[in-house]
Design a protein around this ligand. Structure first.
Ligand code: BES
Ligand code: ZN
Length: 557
C-alpha cells in the first residue's frame, strides 16, 4: 500500500503548557494519547502548502508524554517507495527517507525545526528478507523482521532517516563500513577504501568523532542528493561509484557534517550556510590532508565556478549568506551560495588570521557548540570575540550583502591552467602537446576541460564528434563527466548523446544533475524532448526532484 503505519511517543519538557503543537504533512492521525493511555483531544490546523498542518494536542501542565498513532500516505514527501525494477538487484523493493529540510513531518509527527534537538529510539518491522537501517545505533534483532535502533546523542529532526532493502554490510575498518545491495557491495568497498583515513584526518583537524561509528549506505540511483549526512550513516547516491575513487570527496563532505551541521547546527534554515559553508571548508581540508593541495585546489576552483554562475543567476537577496525565507520553502534557499560563498568567507578568515590560529578557533567552535544550535548572529558575536581581527574583514558584506565581495580569496590551480591550454588545440591534437599529458588527467581536470567548451565554436568546427572519438565522453562511466558532457552537447546540438542522455535521465534522480540537463534542453529549444523524457523518468524520481522539475518544466500531471 506504500504506507507506513505506527506510533510515535514524545517525551516532552513541559513548561506549564496546556497545548502542544506538532508539524505534520499528509499524515492520517488515528488517535493521540497521554500517559497511561489516556486519550487526548486534538485537532489539525488548516493545510499550508509548504508547512503542512499543525497537530494541536490538549495537554495538562503535568503531561510528560504524548503518543500519536498515525499513518503516512503514499505521497508522503520524505519517503520514496521503489519497486524491484528500480533497484540494482531487481528482485526486492526498497524504501528510503530524506528529511532535510522540512520533510520529516511527512513521515513522523514532530516539532520539525532544526533548532529542536532530540534523542530517539525506534522499532521498525519489515517483510522477510529485507533489512532496515537508520541514522542510529542498531540494537540486535530480537524477533524476525523487527529492527531496533537507538540514537543517544541529541539531533535535529531532519537527521532522522530510514532505509529498507536487500542490504549487505561490509566493514571498512575499526569504526566504518558500507551498506549496499549485494550486487554493488564489492564496488562500494573498493571505492570507499580511504574512509578510515578520512576519519583520522578529520579528527586530527577538529577533534574527536562524536558518533562512534561511521557507515555509508549506497542507495538506488533515484536518491535525489549526492549525499545526506544522516548521523552514523551517510546516505549516498550510487553515481559516486566511479570505479576509480575519484568522486569520494563527497564522502569527505558528508563525514565533515559529523562536526559542522550535526554537532553545531543551524538554528533556522535562514542560517543554512552555517551547515554547508563550514562543511565545504572542512571537506576541502580533509581532501587536502589526504590527496594534497593541488587536488583540493582543483575542487575549490570548480566550486568558485559554480559560485560565479549562481551569483549571476539568482535574485540578489538569495545571494546573501543570511537568508530571509519567511513564507517560502526553505528548499529555495539551498543554493551554491551557502556552500561556496560560505566556503570562501571562511577561507578569507583563514588566510587573514593564519591557518594555525583558524584551526584552533574551529576546534574550539566545535567543542563549544557540540550538540547545540546557533544563528548567524551568534556566529558573528562568537568569532568577533575569539578572533578580534575578523571585525576588520567586512564580514557583514558577505553575510548581509549580495554577490561576491572584493576581498574574496583567489584560487590558482596550475593543473587547470594546463587544461585551459588544451583548449588552444583540437581535441584529437593536444595529447601530443608537450606538458599536457591528458592520459594522466583526473576526473576534475576532465570536468574543467568540459566546462571550458565554447559551445558555438565546437558546434561550428565539429569538435564534439572529434572529442567523443578521442575520449569517449558519451559513454563515460563517470556520472559527473557524463552529465557535464551531456549539458554541453545539448547546448551545442550534438545529438549523438541523445540515447545515453535519455537513459541517464530515466535512471538517475540526483537533482544536481537533472536541473542543468533539463534546463539545457529548454534553452536549446528541445522542450518536447525534455517533456517526453520527463514523462518516462518522473516515476523514478523522489519528491525533492519532481518538485523542482515540475516547476522547471511546467509539468501539471
Ligand atoms: N545536506 C546536504 C544535502 C541537502 C541539502 C539535503 C539541502 C536537503 C537540502 C548534503 O550534505 C550535501 O551538501 N550534498 C551535496 C554533496 C556535496 C559534496 C556538496 C549533494 O548532494 O550534491
Ligand atoms: Zn552538505
Amino acid at each position: 500500500n506504500n504506507i507506513l503505519k505506527g506510533s510515535v511517543s514524545h517525551n516532552i519538557v513541559n513548561n506549564n503548557a496546556s497545548e502542544i503543537i506538532f508539524d505534520t504533512k499528509e499524515l492520517e492521525i488515528e488517535k493521540v494519547e497521554l500517559e497511561n493511555g489516556v486519550k487526548a483531544e486534538f485537532n489539525l490546523t488548516e493545510e499550508d502548502p509548504i508547512l503542512g498542518k499543525g497537530l494541536v494536542v490538549k495537554i495538562t501542565p503535568e503531561t510528560k508524554k504524548v503518543t500519536i498513532h498515525y499513518k503516512t500516505s503514499p505521497t508522503s514527501e520524505a519517503v520514496q517507495w521503489l519497486n524491484p525494477q528500480q533497484t540494482a538487484g531487481k528482485t526486492k523493493p526498497f524504501l528510503f527517507t530524506q528529511g532535510e529540510a522540512i520533510l520529516t513531518r511527512s513521515w513522523i509527527p514532530c516539532q520539525d525545526s532544526p533548532g529542536n534537538k532530540i534523542t530517539y529510539t525506534a522499532s521498525i518491522t519489515v517483510p522477510e528478507g529485507l533489512t532496515a537501517v537508520m541514522s542510529a545505533k542498531s540494537i540486535p534483532e530480537k524477533a524476525d523482521g523487527r529492527f531496533n535502533f537507538k540514537m543517544e546523542q541529541p539531533i535535529p529532526s531532519y537527521l532522522i532517516a530510514l532505509a529498507i532493502g536487500d542490504l549487505q554490510y561490509r566493514s571498512l575498518g575499526e569504526r566504518s563500513g558500507v551498506y549496499a545491495e549485494p550486487s554493488m557491495i564489492d564496488a562500494c568497498v573498493y571505492e570507499f577504501q580511504d574512509i578510515e583515513n578520512m576519519i583520522t584526518a578529520a579528527e586530527e583537524l577538529y577533534g574527536d568523532y562524536a558518533w562512534e561509528q561511521y557507515d555509508v549506505i549506497v542507495l538506488p540511483p533515484s536518491f535525489p542528493f549526492g549525499g545526506m549526512e544522516n548521523p552514523r550513516l551517510t546516505f549516498a547516491t550510487p553515481t559516486i561509484i566511479a570505479g576509480d575513487r575519484s568522486l569520494t570527496s563527497l564522502i569527505a563532505h558528508e563525514l565533515a557534517h559529523s562536526w559542522s551541521g550535526n554537532l553545531a547546527t543551524n538554528s533556522t534554515w535562514d542560517d543554512f550556510w552555517l551547515n554547508e559553508g563550514f562543511t565545504v571548508y572542512f571537506e576541502r581540508r580533509i581532501t587536502e590532508a589526504l590527496y594534497g593541495r593541488d587536488y583540493s585546489e582543483m575542487l575549490a576552483l570548480l566550486g568558485y565556478q559554480d559560485l560565479k554562475q549562481s551569483v549571476g543567476e539568482l535574485d540578489k537577496k538569495d545571494t546573501h549568506l543570511k537568508l530571509e525565507l519567511e513564507g517560502r520553502n526553505p528548499d529555495d534557499g539551498m543554493t551554491d551560495i551557502a556552500y561556496e560563498k560560505g566556503y570562501f568567507m571562511l577561507r578569507l578568515i583563514e588566510e587573514t588570521v593564519g591557518r594555525e590560529e583558524f584551526d584552533a578557533y574551529l576546534k574550539q567552535y566545535f567543542t563549544d557548540f557540540k550538540f547545540k544550535n546557533l544563528t548567524t548572529e551568534e556566529f558573528v558575536t562568537y568569532i568577533n570575540e575569539k578572533l578580534p581581527q575578523t571585525k576588520e574583514m567586512n564580514l557583514n558584506d558577505w553575510i548581509y550583502g549580495p554577490g561576491l565581495p572584493a576581498n574574496c580569496p583567489e584560487v590558482v590551480s596550475n593543473k587547470f591552467k594546463l587544461v585551459d591550454e588544451a583548449h588552444n588545440h583540437k581535441p584529437n591534437d593536444f595529447a601530443s602537446v608537450e606538458g599536457l599529458n591528458p592520459e594522466k588527467w583526473t576526473t576534475h581536470e576532465w570536468l574543467h576541460y568540459i566546462r571550458g567548451i565554447d559551445v558555438e565554436s565546437w558546434e561550428k568546427n565539429g569538435l564534439y564528434e572529434i572529442a567523443d572519438e578521442a575520449f569517449g565522453f558519451t559513454n563515460s562511466g563517470n556520472a559527473e563527466i557524463a552529465a557535464a558532457w551531456f549539458e554541453k552537447s545539448i547546448l551545442g546540438g550534438y545529438e549523438a548523446v541523445n540515447p545515453k542522455l535519455e537513459e541517464f535521465l530515466i535512471n538517475v534522480g540526483r537533482r544536481k544533475f537533472l536541473t542543468p540537463l533539463y534546463k539545457a534542453l529548454l534553452e536549446a529549444d528541445k522542450a518536447t524532448l525534455a517533456n517526453d523524457i520527463y514523462v518516462k523518468a518522473r516515476p523514478n524520481y523522489h519528491f525533492v526532484s519532481t518538485s523542482t522539475m515540475d516547476d522547471l518544466l511546467g509539468y501539471k500531471g
